[in-house]
Design a protein around this ligand. Structure first.
Ligand SMILES: Cc1ncc(COP(=O)(O)O)c(C=O)c1O
Length: 397
């Protein structure tokens, strides 16, 4: 069988056996609609309640009723932005976010702009960090929400979320964070970090696709964005509950948070080994993202003088799966908005590849990847009209 090495875990992950075991009975045994009053319906409710408790415990929410299940991170982000904007428009119509957010936040902001809201997109430094002084400068009397992601999905930079939340509250502004790439990698404690709203997704942590949650602290005003059944998710999120998905998400987040230290240690060791071998075998590239304050799961590398897409295709032919940017934009050839915001010139950004690691990757897998990468980069550089400047040295961070 052809060797497959999956280095695209920030796009999605495989569903673990424990999660599948948790989900299976919900398909054909306990298949009731949670809205039904009979025993199968009540059993479905019990499964959802257990999952809600697991999510609550994983993020240290005060109450289980602060967790609302959604169809994933995108819906959670859309809802946080649009729902808070609509419910608080009487207080003001200004929202602050960062220029490196996921499109689920950025496109929700664009939608709100069409409705008359004003959005400030905070710049980031060359490592992808939001400057707190810039944030303070952007705050206005009519600011109702600050939304800054915890871990960036393209470069892995971790923001100073606790400090940002504190600033928001000093000015009586709500704080939302997209923690889709953080869960299982960064300890998320919504009470300690003073988070008002937080988006999560199951499929990044060995759970199923199409399910996630929005944490909404009790007391936060948020309007629904889906309309239908009034009893589902306490009238805030209509739609028949995805019971198998919710059960799987509950299990996945429980495992991911329980194993966070072990996972981080493994990922750090494998990511550092990858970067070390890369430095030995390949020349003329830079690693994007913060040198220290970054997720252990992600290494974003720009190879000078060649196209990220060409590298991706040739690695794919060698059985290696990587991305050029986030999965949602990787079918477009636009330079990444994240790298652009970090000041990476377009011609360098075009040569970027995101390697995102899983705990199942061994050092021998990495050796194989580096061998193939060395060949692919040499092959592409041989036919590239642009030669990387000899004086540009390796790994400029
Ligand atoms: C940071 C971030 N936010 C939101 C999403 C969207 O989540 P989902 O795929 O569950 O809709 C993703 C997925 O790539 C992500 O990485």
């Amino acid at each position: 069988m052809e060797r497959k090495i999956y280095l695209d875990n920030a796009s999605t992950t495989y569903v673990s056996n424990e999660v599948m075991t948790e989900m299976l009975p919900c398909f054909n045994t306990i298949y009731g609609n949670a809205g039904s009053l009979h025993s199968l319906g009540r059993e479905a409710v019990a499964i959802i309640d257990r999952a809600r408790d697991r999510v609550k415990n994983a993020i240290n929410a005060a109450k289980a009723n602060e967790i609302y299940f959604t169809s994933g991170g995108t819906e959670a982000d859309n809802w946080a932005l649009i729902g808070v904007a609509h419910a608080n428009a009487n207080k003001g119509k200004h929202i602050i976010t960062s220029s490196i957010e996921h499109h689920a936040v950025l496109h929700a902001c664009e939608q709100l702009q069409k409705e008359g809201f004003e959005i400030t997109y905070l710049p980031v430094d060359k490592h992808g960090l939001v400057d707190l002084a810039e944030l303070l400068h952007a705050i206005r009397k009519d600011t109702i929400l600050i939304s800054v992601m915890t871990v960036n999905n393209e470069v892995g930079t971790i923001q100073n979320v606790k400090a940002i939340a504190k600033i928001a509250h000093d000015y009586k502004i709500l704080f939302h964070t997209d923690a889709v790439q953080a869960i299982g990698h960064v300890k998320m404690d919504v009470q300690d970090m003073e988070i008002d709203l937080m988006s999560m997704s199951a499929h990044k942590i060995h759970g199923p696709k199409g399910v996630g949650a929005l944490y909404v602290k009790n007391g936060v005003r948020i309007d629904p964005i889906t309309f239908g059944g009034i009893s589902q998710e306490r009238g805030k999120r209509s739609g028949t509950e995805n019971v198998p998905g919710i059960a799987g998400f509950g299990k996945a987040i429980e495992i991911a948070t329980r194993n966070i230290a072990v996972t981080n240690a493994k990922l750090k060791s494998i990511r550092d080994y990858f970067l070390e071998k890369l430095a030995e075998k390949v020349e003329y590239y830079q690693v994007n993202g913060h040198p220290q304050q970054k997720s252990n799961a992600i290494a974003n590398v720009s190879f000078y003088g060649i196209e990220g897409e060409s590298i991706l295709m040739l690695l794919d032919m060698a059985g290696i799966c990587v991305s050029t940017a986030s999965a949602c934009t990787s079918r477009s050839l636009l330079p990444s908005h994240v790298l652009q915001a970090m000041g990476v010139p377009d011609e360098i950004a075009q040569g970027s590849v995101r390697f995102s690691f899983g705990t199942n990757i061994s050092k021998s897998d990495v050796d194989y990847v580096i061998d193939q990468l060395q060949k692919v980069v040499a092959q592409l550089r041989a036919i590239s009209p642009i030669q990387p400047e000899k004086e540009v040295k390796k790994n400029v961070q």
